[in-house]
Design a protein around this ligand. Structure first.
Ligand SMILES: CC(C)(COP(=O)(O)OP(=O)(O)OC[C@H]1O[C@@H](n2cnc3c(N)ncnc32)[C@H](O)[C@@H]1OP(=O)(O)O)[C@@H](O)C(=O)NCCC(=O)NCCS
Length: 175
């Protein structure tokens, strides 16, 4: 198994894998709303391949943090992270997360995600600074996680918005 950057030709296989890992009732949730129609950030999207088969994937999308005074700052939303259901526990998720967080660090980008702290804590994500955040859909507070160089900068009342909000782009169908 190796990790490599995501390529356009990977899209159908990734789509199939993500659909398999996230059953219908888990789609249309808050992270999906936040991703909106934004494309994955090219330097922050990776696949795990075994031979020619894609066995895992991670992508990141741009979002906006808007503080109570209207200040907006870009933030990266990590996810979805998936590994093939038949290949769980082999370290695929970990390898993808190590690759993605190293790339985030190289870019100097802080990131958030909606996920389980017991899994993502090992990669530096925590809910410590996100208590005042409002998202476009429901989220359990303990699953709203941030990985930041200076977490205090992101603390306090804030809204997290799809990046399209910056350009006033028309709403697009969530992927
Ligand atoms: C989460 C996911 C990517 C982990 O992939 P993986 O390839 O099995 O991960 P790894 O092999 O690197 O790590 C497995 C370890 O993480 C633990 N783990 C997996 N999911 C966990 C969770 N939700 N909470 C806590 N620990 C978890 C496993 O118990 C295992 O622990 P161990 O190392 O002590 O044995 C995979 O389970 C998956 O695709 N899930 C469905 C999609 C999903 O929920 N994605 C995350 C939200 S974006």
């Amino acid at each position: 198994m190796r990790i490599r950057p995501r390529k356009p030709m990977d899209e159908p296989a990734i789509e199939t894998l993500v659909a398999r890992c996230f059953p219908a009732e888990r789609r249309g949730r808050t992270a999906t709303l936040l991703r909106g129609c934004s494309a994955p950030l090219p330097d922050l999207a990776f696949v795990a391949v075994d031979g020619r088969t894609i066995v895992g994937s991670v992508a990141c999308h741009p979002v906006l943090w808007e503080g109570a005074d209207g200040t907006r700052r870009p933030l990266v939303l990590l996810g979805p992270l998936v590994s093939h259901p038949d290949r769980r526990g082999e370290g695929i998720g970990r390898a993808l997360m190590m690759k993605a967080t190293a790339a985030l660090d190289r870019l100097g980008a802080d990131s958030m995600l909606v996920g389980d702290a017991p899994y993502y804590g090992r990669f530096g994500y925590s809910a410590d600074a996100t208590g005042g955040w409002l998202l476009p859909g429901p989220v359990e507070p303990e699953r709203l996680l941030l990985r930041a160089r200076t977490p205090a900068l992101w603390m306090g009342p804030a809204r997290i918005l799809p990046a399209a909000a910056a350009s006033g782009a028309a709403r697009c169908r969530a992927a």
